[in-house]
Design a protein around this ligand. Structure first.
Ligand SMILES: Cc1ncc(COP(=O)(O)O)c(C=O)c1O
Length: 401
């Protein structure tokens, strides 16, 4: 039997990208980066303080682990939830570092924290569900929510609460449409931590409302004045979604590897979603990461953490001298969120001038905050102390206002 084809309309409607793609704002820092690269191509020496990735090479034991695996010649899929040995190694890491028991069955290996955030929303977000997102915050979170037709809702946070939500602000913003709250600790762009007792209060409040807490702990290992913390050590934390990654502390950004700790009752559905979306996280990266928790790797990573701590000290002191205000001292990650309202009216213009006149690349606040982006500038100390000193010197010699 043949089917008659319907005649084509004389004029096909224009093929447009989906609305969610059309609505995406550009990353302003990418324009700055393009300009920085153009200046570099002209021979200018640019100090990069805009990039959110460690400047260290991947630690040798991790590289060697990948090389041993690749020498075997077979690079196949792994199970969707990840290599069992890596899930066990992560569970062991929680036991060794935090003294807590996390079943490997709750741990899913993902393509970076990004993959974990996407999977978390895939399993949690129904169309129209609202998510409270601290503002300033990591801009991609809005897009993970929108990918599943959820509604990102800004939850303004300021220096008074260390740029972190409180139980009171969450309660005040909650509506019947709210599905949950996303928190990052340490946070990007501010580097601030949420206090464990406040997080516990928020968690209790969410439990009473039937909401869900997603905690992004991607910068967990990079804290400077206290021991790393995890929300998983709070009482009743087995209903939280915890995101982590090998990108930052473990220095493996390009390997694309992270993990999600999920409540037991979601793991089967998450596994199915992972099977359909990505099949598995990159196999060589998973084998490489088996070496990430070894003592010789930890020695290297801890030395790097000490180097970040020194950079942070130098940068904070230098910025203070130059008139930048840092109202909440960053306790972790590798960012300083500086208030530049005493120096200029628009941080995007300042970022532009810093690049053109001082050869220092930074990120304007507008990329991270909904309301008063012009007031803020993010500086990343992902470059060494000598270069940070040089950047400060150039800023001192230029006229900033
Ligand atoms: C807070 C936060 N979450 C998630 C990510 C994504 O990281 P990745 O996918 O490399 O693990 C980043 C990257 O900068 C981040 O800052």
């Amino acid at each position: 039997m043949t089917h008659a084809l319907r005649p084509l309309p004389a004029q096909l409607p224009a093929q447009l990208p989906a609305q969610r793609a059309q609505d995406l704002p550009p990353f302003h820092v990418m324009e700055l980066l393009a300009r920085a690269q153009a200046l570099q191509a002209q021979g200018r020496d640019i100090i990069h303080m805009e990039v959110g990735e460690p400047d260290f090479p991947t630690a040798a034991p991790i590289i060697e682990s990948a090389q041993r695996f690749l020498a075997g010649g077979r690079v196949d899929y792994t199970p969707a939830a990840g290599l069992p040995a890596l899930r066990e190694a992560i569970a062991q890491h929680y036991a060794d570092k935090f003294g807590i028991t996390v079943s490997p069955s709750r741990i899913l290996i993902t393509a970076g924290a990004s993959g974990a955030l996407m999977l978390a929303h895939a399993v949690l977000t129904n169309p129209g569900d609202a998510w409270l997102l601290p503002d300033p915050g990591y801009p991609c979170n809005r897009q993970f929510v929108r990918a599943f037709s959820g509604l990102p809702v800004s939850l303004p946070v300021d220096a008074a609460s260390n740029f972190q939500p409180t139980a009171a602000t969450v309660d005040a913003a909650w509506t019947p449409q709210t599905r949950g709250l996303m928190v990052a600790s340490p946070a990007n762009p501010t580097g601030t931590l949420i206090a464990q007792d406040e997080l516990a209060r928020i968690h209790t409040s969410l439990q009473q409302r039937g909401g869900t807490l997603i905690v992004d702990e991607i910068y967990q290992g990079l804290v400077y004045e206290q021991a790393p913390q995890t929300a998983l050590s709070l009482p009743g934390a087995d209903d939280m979604f915890i995101v982590n990654s090998f990108s930052k502390y473990f220095g493996m950004t390009g390997w694309r590897l992270g993990w999600l700790v999920a409540p037991e009752r979601y793991t089967r559905d998450l596994e199915k979603l992972a099977q359909h979306y990505t099949i598995c996280a990159p196999t060589p990266a998973q084998h490489a990461a088996l070496a990430a928790f070894q003592p010789d790797t930890t020695t290297i990573l801890e030395a790097r953490r000490a180097e970040f701590a020194e950079r942070r000290k130098v940068l904070l002191a230098g910025l203070n001298e130059l008139g930048f205000k840092v109202p909440a001292t960053p306790q972790g990650a590798f960012y300083v969120w500086a208030d530049v309202s005493g120096i200029c009216e628009d941080s995007a213009q300042l970022a532009h001038r810093l690049l053109e006149e001082a050869g220092v690349a930074t990120t304007p606040g507008i990329d991270f905050v909904e309301s008063d982006g012009k007031r803020w500038l993010r500086l990343a100390y992902t470059t060494d102390v000598a270069r940070i000193r040089e950047a400060l010197e150039r800023m001192r010699n230029g006229r900033l206002s």
